[in-house]
Design a protein around this ligand. Structure first.
Ligand code: MEV
Length: 438
């Protein structure tokens, strides 16, 4: 046990860790430092994002070119460590570019928050207090909301929710927000805390409550990451015959049947649904990370949406009608293109520049379309060649790097495996024989 770790300087923290967890290894110490930014000012920015930082954890930053969405071409930044994701996405983007591209639409951008509190008494009396004080609550939070109101957002509405059926004396104030181009977590939480303090101050002072009813316990004030009405829809559509590709080794109709069945399986089977949606988040998370958004919030929200009818299901669906194939996703996601990390992280800023500084709504559409594209790529591989072909091709590089292959060795092995099944053992054996000949 160590007390006061956070008070140590960065170098002292590293010394402590290396001494106690890496047997004083000089190599580990220099590896930790090797990942520091050359420029101390830039490094300070990263250090200050979090507590107890000792170094940076690098992740590949890739770009998906020519992503056609709503008739506009985008270069999509992706931060993701999984080898095959950007390649698969690029292929899907290319495939759909020649078939009209992706379409997307934001349905709504409502964010939500809750003040959870305990109060004992007649619900009708609490409702009367809430109704009579509705405008007072709005006035109470005005110092916090006025700037957001100037931008067209703010606290839009509130309701009192009786939760006593689930828990004795439990109520909520559920508040609806518009946060424009900000994700809005800090704004929402500050407003909610202010509503909480209004309740604490004004319920005890209210004349028509009995002494017992004057007692209120605010349990917590916090946004909800489940924002069912911060919703975006994205889709692709083309004639069935346009889906014919020689490499699929089947007719367009067979492809559509297999594809549709695969999506249907993810609608009805929870195990498949989880993997299916994971593939969607391979795409979504890459954009979310690259643009400095909160991928945990987006994941949590997406998964809740996937389980909204009580069973966890696919986030995408297919429609086949009048000789046409349509593939779509509907997903709630709360994103921001101003504030938070988007302004602080130099690469998040660069990603937004690369996307032509989109509004939050535009970023929602890009992100949802990328999730759909990723899902299309995965299902297409699964129902045609199988997933391992593409996966292992990319994974081959990881294996070769792990085995410290030179560029020349990589080239020789890559050629050999062009039409062979990749496995760690097979790659190692081949590399050994190549090395033996050198
Ligand atoms: C791998 O990261 C993602 C997939 O498993 C998704 C899927 O199965 O749909 C390929």
């Amino acid at each position: 046990m160590i007390s006061g770790f956070s008070k140590l300087s960065k170098v002292e923290k590293i010394d402590y860790l290396v001494e106690n967890y890496f047997s004083g290894s000089k190599r580990v110490k220099s590896e930790i430092k090797a990942f520091w930014h050359d420029n101390p000012d830039s490094q300070r920015i990263f250090d200050e994002f979090s507590e107890n930082t000792i170094t940076n954890f690098y992740c590949p930053y890739g770009v998906v070119p020519n992503f056609l969405l709503n008739d506009k071409i985008h270069m999509v930044p992706m931060v993701i460590e999984e080898s095959s994701v950007v390649a698969a996405l690029s292929k899907a983007a290319k495939f759909w570019t020649s078939r009209g591209g992706f379409r997307a639409q934001v349905i709504d951008t409502e964010k939500l928050g809750q003040v959870h509190f305990m109060w004992k008494g007649e619900t009708a009396k609490l409702q009367k207090f809430f109704d009579e004080n509705y405008e007072n609550i709005l006035a109470h939070v005005t110092p916090l909301t006025k700037n957001m109101e100037k931008r067209g957002g703010g606290l839009k509405s509130m309701s009192l929710v009786d939760m006593t059926e689930h828990e004795d004396n439990y109520y909520q104030i559920k508040a609806s927000f518009e946060t424009c181009d900000a994700m809005g977590a800090n704004f929402i939480n500050s407003v909610l805390e202010s509503i909480g303090s209004f309740l604490r101050e004004n319920i005890p002072a209210c004349d028509f409550f009995s002494d017992e009813e004057k007692d209120v316990q605010v349990v917590m004030c916090i946004l909800s990451n489940y924002t069912p009405n911060c919703l975006v829809k994205a889709w692709v559509e083309c004639g069935i015959e346009e889906l014919y590709e020689p490499s699929h080794e089947m007719s367009a109709q067979e492809f559509v049947d297999k594809f549709t069945r695969a999506v249907r399986i993810a609608q009805i089977d929870v195990h498949r649904a989880t993997t299916h949606n994971k593939g969607i988040f391979n795409g979504i998370d890459g954009v979310i990370l690259a643009t400095g958004n909160d991928f945990r919030a987006v994941e949590a929200c997406g998964h809740t949406h996937a389980a909204r009818d009580g069973q966890y299901r696919s986030l995408t669906k297919t429609h086949v009608y009048d000789g046409k194939f349509r593939f779509e996703i509907e997903i709630p996601m709360a994103l921001g293109t101003v504030g938070g990390l988007t302004a602080l992280h130099p690469l998040a800023k660069m990603s937004l520049d690369m996307l032509n500084n989109p509004s939050a709504k535009e970023l929602m559409m890009i992100t949802a379309s990328v999730g759909l594209a990723q899902n299309f790529a995965a299902i297409r591989s699964l129902v045609t060649s199988g997933i391992q072909k593409g996966h292992m091709k990319m994974h081959l590089m990881n294996i070769l790097n792990q085995l410290e292959a030179t560029d020349n060795e990589k080239e020789i092995v890559r050629k050999e495996f062009e039409h062979k099944v990749v496995s760690f053992k097979a790659v190692r054996d081949l590399l050994e024989s190549v090395r033996a000949l050198q």
